[in-house]
Design a protein around this ligand. Structure first.
Ligand code: SAM
Ligand code: ZN
Length: 274
């Protein structure tokens, strides 16, 4: 997207202005817009590793899996909450957006939609496909947005940085989080660990905001194609634990059923939330 987005400088917090494909602040710090339209606002000194975030194979596996619609019931529930609570022309941020699958589904004719992720290769993939959203490379622990800017934040399976999220959210703005519930991908885990543990969902991590709705969404996903199961495995943290024998076993599977089990929590920033 070539139009101006509202960012602040990650180095001095002044507003950035886009001119001739470069974002620049009054202190002359500059950040070039890439040809895919995103901007890298992650200065090297903020990086803790050379290529932070998920690797490209994980991202492409996730995109193939999501494109098949296995998580469509989750998207539908997220959009239902968005439509119920959000005002029409509200800026929205997908924090830890990955390849933009959830980000772009919130884009309507009127609103400004942003996606931020620490993984540059992932943002490149997102910006290339979803040109009507503003994508940037950045860290959730130091976001390049002004205080009280967003009316809606989305966090799907990504780290939740409470202080920063509260800072950039307007009073009466909402944060929607999606996290795994106890039975999420339990059957897949059972293939890997002889005794699979359920997800620990005991803690609700956010104290600064007020929880106003909580939903559990559970449904079975039926696979009749081993590629889908391999993609699902590749997008999970337990992919690293899968043995070569297990991968061979999955390759010849003709059928597999696995639970999707999500918790959606909707929080609101109220006047007394800091
Ligand atoms: C499990 S993925 C979820 C991606 C996307 N929300 C989805 O559900 O398809 C978690 C994402 O968080 C990003 N991430 C992790 N730590 C981050 C940080 N400190 N700042 C920004 N992004 C981060 C990763 O690069 C990755 O894309
Ligand atoms: Zn600056």
């Amino acid at each position: 997207m070539s139009s101006q987005a509202n960012y602040r400088c990650p180095l001095c917090q002044q507003t950035l202005t886009l001119n001739d494909k470069t974002y620049r602040c009054d202190n002359n710090h500059s950040f070039d817009q890439a040809k895919q339209g995103y901007v890298n606002l992650l200065p090297v000194q903020f990086k803790h590793s050379k290529a932070p975030g998920d690797n490209k194979e994980m991202v492409l596996a996730r995109r193939s899996f999501l494109d098949k619609g296995f998580y469509q019931p989750l998207v539908d529930k997220m959009l239902e909450l968005y439509q119920e609570y959000a005002e029409q022309s509200t800026p929205l941020l997908d924090a830890g957006c990955g390849e933009g699958f959830y980000t772009h589904q919130h884009k309507t004719e009127f609103n400004e939609v942003y996606g931020v992720d620490i993984a540059k290769e992932t943002i490149k993939i997102a910006a290339k496909r979803y040109q009507d959203c503003h994508f940037s490379v950045g860290t959730l622990s130091k976001l390049s947005f002004n205080d009280d800017y967003f009316s809606w934040l989305v966090s799907v399976y990504a780290p939740i940085l409470e202080t920063e999220f509260t800072r950039i959210l307007k009073v009466n703005g909402y944060l929607l989080t999606v996290t795994p519930a106890e039975q999420h991908l339990f059957e897949l885990k059972q293939l890997i660990y002889r005794q699979a543990n359920e997800h620990d969902v005991s803690k609700s991590p956010i104290k600064n905001l007020t929880l106003i709705e909580e939903h559990k969404l559970t449904y079975p996903m039926h696979f009749n194609n081993s590629d889908d199961v391999l993609n699902l495995l590749a997008m999970t943290p337990f992919a690293f634990k899968a043995s070569k024998e297990l991968i061979e076993e999955i390759k010849v599977m003709t059928e597999f059923t696995c639970q999707a089990d999500f918790i959606l929590r909707l929080y609101k920033k109220q006047k007394n939330n800091q």
